[in-house]
Design a protein around this ligand. Structure first.
Ligand code: TPP
Ligand code: MG
Length: 339
């Protein structure tokens, strides 16, 4: 379903999803030619991250994980500065010293990123503790995969959040809907005895919501409920958003196995190739959202294609900016090092 929002907000959600999709596709191309280090892409989870994060307000913060690019872009971080960061350039978000796994953007509400699985849970809970003690009307969002629930720190964090009624939202992006990553012999994800995963939060008396992570409207509503509760002093919420891991994220290094996304798949099923047809027709939340906007009359196919061209152009300019930017000077190596 589509969120109950004005048409311009609905198409803004689509634009943000396209920025993420084209950024990640561009990054996979770039990584074929330049050393970017190990990286992870957010393809297939755009319909979770965008409706969840685009509705936050300035001053709200998020803490994310190794699959961070989509989260930062959803809140409006400049793709050019992110490409530059991933390439280690001085114009990057962290002046080239963070790389893909540590991209931060304070102005867009991401003070830090840690790729340590589960590392975001105490950070997000701590920020919520600060908001609570300072009497601020702000929320903290904790973004993580199902694998983070294997880490002890998650359980310690949510316990404190529940006891102190902290304004924190735990958004678990469970991309293991088809098969747990390890069982499927793919890039590892989680191996959990608990099922459903929401039982873990319920044990701490934290309200839970389970949503289809490819359903933009359902994610929007779940997040609106959670944000409303947190701002009103009602404490934490745990949301589990279910998706299928994108086929290109199953190998250790992301590969564009499904090809560059062709938006016409949304309105012309005959264009969908036989390979990965189930992905394109049933599992890709971005294509699903395009279909829903078309059938609601909010969008036409030509408007969708025009928006996509603008986004592709923005991404190409971002890549060029990053490639043309200088590396940080050697003399700056010890700047921002605290020891
Ligand atoms: C503390 C810690 N242990 C192990 C790793 C290695 N690691 C990187 S990604 C990953 C799997 C994470 O699975 P999940 O949280 O479900 O995220 P997904 O990749 O499925 O989105 C692991 C184990 C790590 N980054 N940090
Ligand atoms: Mg996972």
């Amino acid at each position: 379903m589509i969120p109950d929002l004005r048409a311009d907000r609905l198409t803004d959600y689509l634009r943000r999803m396209l920025v993420i999709r084209r950024f990640e596709e561009g990054l996979i191309d770039l990584a074929g030619e330049y050393a970017v280090g190990h990286f992870h892409v957010y393809i297939g989870q755009e319909a979770t991250g965008v409706p969840a994060l685009a509705q936050l307000e300035p001053g709200d913060v998020g803490f994310t994980t190794h699959r961070n690019h989509g989260h930062l872009l959803a809140r409006g971080t400049d793709p050019a500065a992110m490409f530059a960061e991933i390439l280690g350039k001085e114009t990057g978000t962290n002046r080239g010293k963070g790389g893909t796994l540590h991209i931060a953007s304070v102005e867009n509400g991401f003070p830090t990123t840690s790729a340590a699985t589960g590392g975001c849970t105490p950070l997000a809970t701590g920020a919520a503790f600060a908001f609570s003690r300072l009497g601020r009307d702000r929320v903290s969002v904790c973004l993580f995969g199902d694998g983070a629930l294997e880490e002890g720190t998650f359980h310690e964090s949510i316990n404190i959040a529940a006891l102190e009624s902290l304004p924190v939202i735990y958004l678990c992006e469970n991309n293991s809907l088809e098969a747990l990553g390890q069982k499927a012999n793919e890039y590892p994800s989680s191996t959990m005895a608990a099922a459903p995963l929401t039982d873990l939060a319920a044990a701490f008396k934290v309200p839970t919501i389970t949503v289809d992570g490819t359903d933009t409207g359902a994610v929007h509503d779940a997040m609106a409920t959670a944000v409303g509760r947190a701002r009103a002093g009602g404490g934490p919420t745990f949301i589990e958003a279910l998706t299928v891991r994108w086929p290109g994220s199953r190998p250790i290094w992301p590969q564009l196995l499904t090809g560059p996304t062709d938006l016409s798949y949304a309105w012309d099923p005959s264009a969908i190739p036989a390979d990965y047809a189930v992905w394109h027709t049933e599992q890709d939340g971005l294509l699903r959202y395009v279909r829903e906007l078309l059938s609601a009359g909010v969008l036409t196919s030509s408007k969708a294609l025009a928006m996509d061209e603008q986004v592709k152009d923005q991404i190409e300019r971002g890549v060029r900016f990053a490639l043309d930017s200088p590396y940080p000077p050697v003399a700056s190596a010890l700047e921002s090092v605290y020891a």
